[in-house]
Design a protein around this ligand. Structure first.
Ligand SMILES: [Zn+2]
Length: 335
């Protein structure tokens, strides 16, 4: 039933098409909370409980955010799923067929990465069909490069390595001659698969439990897509995001952490966004999921200040149209 609904909505989108507005087919990877969803149970030191991260959840939050931002930019979209049941977990070839039938100008598959070994990493990986620098569909390497540029500019995280963009036939050369990624195998339009960051790096996994952090990835993907299409988007706003940390060792020391992730994220603190006259206009309370993440979206360009409710210190930020501004704050331990 779900598939008929998807096909119907695609037909409706086709009929509604006018002019040469680019159409993007979004594929939030996996679905259904089953075994191919790489379920990852882990002990959460703040919740004092074992919880399970599913890649399909964060992929969907990112994909829905990307869809929303693209539409508000004036782009047309279609998406392979908006739910997270087994029925939403479409066969890879069906996804390719739906994308082709949608008349998409760009195919964009959203995933999160894992090393599969004990070595912990965090960086953005963009893959397209073909060999390095020789995509099978022209333009696929361009959107892959724009993606790593905008995603790895995210400072509300910690990166351990430089981003990578590659052709899947080279990247997975041990899979066999011209095997590569199934979801890109029969794709005929410029397309790519984005592994936004690594969920098996536990500080990143804690960030990916925050819906707004996932939405930020979707926003940054929208910036990349907008750049790929020559900045045709109509969006006039920007965002401010960051991480609030406490100047002490993080509590979940059992897990690997690097650089600023060695500090404890600030849980349940109130972050204020103030206007240029330093008057509070927006508030964000960080969650209890041990990430310290905050984000203010839909901001008119201009000068703002970020401050913690518990502090008088004002942190000046400048918001620009179609850009992400980051402001990380490290505070004294909260008494
Ligand atoms: Zn995946």
């Amino acid at each position: 039933m779900k598939r008929y609904i998807i096909i119907f909505s695609l037909l409706a989108t086709l009929m509604a098409t006018a002019g040469d507005v680019p159409r993007i087919y979004i594929n939030p990877g996996h679905g259904g909370h089953d075994s191919n969803d790489r379920p990852t149970p882990f002990y959460h030191a703040i919740l004092c409980d074992t919880i399970t991260y599913y890649e399909s959840d964060s992929n969907l939050l990112t994909g829905l955010s990307l869809e929303q931002y693209l539409r508000s930019n004036g782009y047309e979209t279609a998406i392979s799923r908006t739910g997270n049941t087994s029925d939403d977990d479409l066969d890879l070839y069906e996804i390719v067929a739906l994308a082709a039938n949608s008349g998409a100008d760009l195919f964009y598959s959203i995933h999160s990465n894992a090393t599969g070994v004990k070595t912990r990493l965090n960086y953005t990986l963009s893959l397209y069909r073909g060999y390095h620098g020789s995509p099978i569909v022209e333009g696929s390497d361009s959107i892959a490069r724009a993606t790593i540029k905008h995603l790895q500019a995210n400072q509300a995280t910690v990166w351990t390595h430089n981003p990578i963009t590659a052709g899947d036939w080279d990247f997975f050369s041990n899979w066999g001659y011209k095997t590569g990624l199934g979801v890109l195998r029969y794709n005929k339009v410029p397309g790519m698969l984005c592994e936004g960051s690594f969920f098996d790096y536990v500080p990143e996994r804690c960030r990916k439990l925050n819906a707004d952090f996932c939405a930020l990835e979707g926003w940054n993907q929208a910036l990349a897509i907008n750049e790929y299409f020559g900045n045709k988007g109509k969006n006039k706003t920007g965002i401010v995001a960051g991480i609030i940390r406490v100047n002490s060792e993080r509590v979940d020391t059992a897990y690997c952490a690097f650089a600023a992730d060695l500090l404890q994220p600030a849980n349940s603190v109130v972050v204020q966004l103030c206007d240029k006259k330093k008057r509070p206009i927006r508030y964000y309370t960080t969650d209890r999921l041990n990430n310290g993440f905050y984000c203010f979206t839909g901001l008119e360009p201009g000068k703002y200040y970020v401050r913690l409710e518990q502090s008088d210190t004002m942190h000046a930020v400048t918001v620009r149209r179609n850009q992400s501004t980051y402001c990380n704050i490290t505070t004294s331990p909260i008494p």
